[in-house]
Design a protein around this ligand. Structure first.
Ligand code: AQP
Length: 347
């Protein structure tokens, strides 16, 4: 189906999610949250979801999950998501996600799922012990997006493969049932920080669930902790290069330069124009100062919002009602297309 026809049929709508599987990191902020806020400011209709059902694909302590969900919601609001303009809610409160995921489990092919690198990374060596949910995760993610007929998904680079699977599922569903029902969603992978790397290993992505807290900056870290983590960040002994080509085989240096660029709203060329030839002894404190000035207002506001968890729950509840109002008619039409009888009276 021509992209142009689809563009005409589906109004631009953004969906994106973050797992409350721990505290939000600088990677989540630069790769996702900061860009969600930019999209909101562009006036695009946007739905943001704390994907608690994805989080439980690996074990979560119930109390920690509850706390992380509220804290992530506070992080979204503190970073600039306005829950009146955008829709902000947690996944389990809108049942269409789970319902559509089941249908997509029956559309997606085993061969497609077997190619998913995130499952291989997260399941590690003992795949037999991984949950079935972890394996089926990409079908739930496709459901998250397509339950809203979302056309665009702002994500970090790590999610590219999942977005491709979402497109494959939409195309196969449309083809199998002879309809033009689900949009073929476009990923929005933009900016200099689409893949923020671990501070301990420049080849691994910065992640909430990395066992080493020193590998990441948490949005709740205080100024001293941020400065200490950057000071101790792994680097090589060379000064920063004058050009970006000089970063090619220097994963850790490249990561710190990209983080600086994303926080300052410039590109790596501009960062190197200022710091090329300087050592990390000079660069790291400047980077820490920049990170503290960007993150400390967010962490202060998160702290304030977390004083009133009841208000956060109310915001998530209202967001879920608005999300449900979009997803329910799409879900009902989907059941109809699939041939399922829906005769129960509602309301
Ligand atoms: N390091 C990163 N750099 C850029 N973007 C990132 N994102 C996550 N880490 C980085 C983006 O944040 C959004 C939400 O991701 P998620 O939390 O749902 O899942 P994840 O990618 O699996 O994140 P984590 O931190 O690695 O979680 P755990 O440790 O629980 O698996 C996505 O848009 C993602 O691209």
């Amino acid at each position: 189906m021509a992209e142009a026809t689809q563009a005409a049929r589906f109004a631009m709508r953004i969906f994106s999610g973050i797992q409350p599987s721990g505290g939000l990191t600088l990677g989540n902020y630069l790769g996702a949250l900061k860009r969600f806020v930019e999209k909101q400011e562009e006036g695009i209709e946007a739905i943001y979801c704390l994907v608690d059902m994805h989080a439980i694909t690996v074990w979560q302590e119930p109390e920690k999950l509850r706390h992380a969900t509220r804290e992530a919601a506070a992080g979204f609001i503190a970073a600039g998501i306005d829950p009146e303009r955008s829709i902000l809610f947690n996944q389990c409160q809108v049942t269409a996600h789970a319902e559509l995921a089941w249908i997509f489990n029956c559309v997606a092919r085993m061969g497609w799922m077997n190619r998913m690198t995130q499952f291989k990374d997260k399941a590690g060596k003992d795949k037999e012990a991984a949950s079935l949910g972890l394996y089926a995760y990409p079908a739930l993610m496709a459901a998250d997006i397509l339950a809203y007929h979302a056309t665009h998904v702002p994500v970090g680079e790590d999610q590219r493969q999942h977005l491709e699977l979402t497109r494959d599922i939409a195309i196969k569903f449309n083809h199998d049932y002879g309809v033009d029902f689900f949009p073929v969603t476009e990923p929005l992978i933009e900016g200099v920080a689409t893949r923020v790397m671990s501070l301990r290993d420049g080849t691994k992505k910065m992640s909430k669930s990395d066992p080493s807290d020193m590998s990441r900056i948490n949005l709740t870290d205080d100024a001293d902790t941020i400065a200490q983590k950057f000071r101790k960040a792994r680097t090589d002994p060379e000064p920063l290069p004058e050009t970006t080509e000089g970063l090619e085989d220097r994963a850790e240096a490249r990561n710190l330069v990209n983080i600086y660029a994303a926080l300052a709203g410039v590109d790596a060329v501009q960062v190197l124009a200022e710091y090329g030839g300087q050592g990390f002894g000079v660069f790291k404190p400047k980077l820490a100062d920049l990170a503290v000035s960007a993150l400390s207002p967010i962490s202060a506001e998160m702290g304030r919002l977390m004083q009133d968890p009841g208000e956060i729950d109310a915001i998530l509840g209202r967001g879920a009602e608005r999300a449900e109002a979009i997803a329910r008619p799409i879900m009902e039409r989907c059941y109809d297309i699939v041939g399922m009888v829906r005769s129960r009276r509602t309301g």
